[in-house]
Design a protein around this ligand. Structure first.
Ligand SMILES: C[S@@+](CC[C@H](N)C(=O)[O-])C[C@H]1O[C@@H](n2cnc3c(N)ncnc32)[C@H](O)[C@@H]1O
Length: 267
């Protein structure tokens, strides 16, 4: 398959070296994705920003044929191979695919990384022939209520400048894809196996593990001082019981709405 801009060093070439170790697909997220996809009766799905292919693999195992689009060689190199997954070295802004090659597009925790999301949506519209889009993303207005920001305050500005407000995102998709966007909140289970940013909502000790932090792009943007200060403060609060005094009730909860959302379009 032709390449497109994927030969340059990407952010995930730098930060994604151990991604597949901590960012395994979560079965509850995969199940919800399959449930949303079912009514579309699709056979070929284009996965934009497929990463190491964890969700592509889950879909392929359920009978879908996947076009996995990923610009980072480091990420692609960690993918488990599957006969129904074709890997494409490209950015979503310029897909080296003919019109109507796929039935549906998915974007799993990747939209906020795109340089030009309007172009990506236009490309999706072309490649799916006006087909549906399913997205897993985060509602940035929820970030300031997440306890982790007490230790890493710059997460608030980072998330708010990285993720589009859900209302803006919805109207952009509706305009470019020409379809209605439906939103489903996705409360995170307390034993999430895909260790993205809010994985430790009830397991704060996870953030003390370097391997977990290495799979979370938000941590890579902190200065050394911010990281050191936040970690030592969290470590201390856990040692002396301050964290449990304030947030210990979360340890008893099975799930919690940190702000993750599925978006999917209907005609
Ligand atoms: C947080 S990872 C998510 C990977 C995968 N979807 C998952 O859920 O595990 C974001 C991915 O988007 C990719 N990405 C960044 N910019 C992109 C672009 N312009 N087009 C396509 N993918 C891009 C990154 O290389 C990275 O692999």
């Amino acid at each position: 398959m032709a390449t497109n801009g994927g030969d340059e060093m990407t952010l995930y070439d730098a930060i994604g070296k151990t991604y597949a170790q901590t960012r395994r697909s979560d079965p509850r997220i995969a199940a919800k994705l399959l449930e949303i996809l079912a009514p579309y009766h699709a056979s070929t799905i284009v996965d934009i920003g497929a990463g190491t292919g964890s969700y592509a693999f889950a879909l392929a195992e359920n009978g879908y044929r996947i076009l996995a689009v990923e610009p980072s060689a480091t990420m692609r190199s960690q993918a488990a191979s599957h006969p129904s997954i074709q890997w494409i070295n490209a950015c979503g802004e310029k897909l080296p695919l003919p019109a109507q090659k796929a039935d549906v597009a998915i974007i799993m925790l990747a939209f906020h990384h795109f340089h030009n999301y309007q172009k990506v949506l236009q490309e999706i519209h072309r490649v799916t022939g006006g087909g549906p889009v399913v997205m897993f993303t985060y509602d940035p207005k929820m970030i300031s209520s997440f306890w982790l920001t007490q230790y890493f305050p710059s997460f608030i500005t980072d998330v708010q400048s990285t993720f589009l407000p859900i209302a803006t995102l919805t109207s952009k998709i509706e305009l470019i894809i020409n379809a209605v966007v439906n939103i489903i909140p996705f409360p995170l289970p307390n034993d999430l196996s895909d260790s993205f940013a809010a994985v430790g909502w009830s397991r704060p000790e996870l953030y003390l593990e370097e391997s977990i932090r290495n799979g979370i792009s938000t941590f890579s943007k902190l200065t050394d001082d911010e990281l050191e200060q936040g970690l030592s403060s969290l470590y201390q609060d856990l040692e002396i019981g301050v964290w449990d005094h304030k947030y210990g009730h979360l340890r008893q909860q099975k799930q919690y709405d940190v702000g993750y959302r599925f978006l999917y379009t209907t005609a």
